[in-house]
Design a binder for this molecule. Sequence first.
Ligand SMILES: [Zn+2]
Length: 133
Amino acid sequence: MKDCELMALAEAARARSHSPYSNFRVGAALLTKSGKIYTGCNIENAAFSVTVCAERVALFKAVSEGESEFSAIAIVGGRTGETAPFCSPCGVCRQALAEFCPKDLKILLGNPEKFQAYTLEELLPYSFTEENL
Ligand SMILES: [Zn+2]
């Protein structure tokens, strides 16, 4: 799968965001090593702490379906009605990804027309993993 195609799937997932409080819509598309894709969107709640980010929705969907090997995630986010310029994953999502994904996981940020690739290690250096326990 091309990076731009994964970004397009994240953009499509963004359309399903439930974000009436922040009006900040995020979509994610997670690619497994076997080529399957799991998407997610941010899902807010009137009780704010219940809110879940798009990246973790995608990740937990995949893990709950038995997936454990991932190669890339695309993330598209921005204010409702605006083209997403660049949306970086929050620290909680970076840590969640570190639990299941390799340090060289490709993380695509931007929008389908213009995006940049990073690795998980670049966005979360010195991560806390099972090796620290
Ligand atoms: Zn997050």
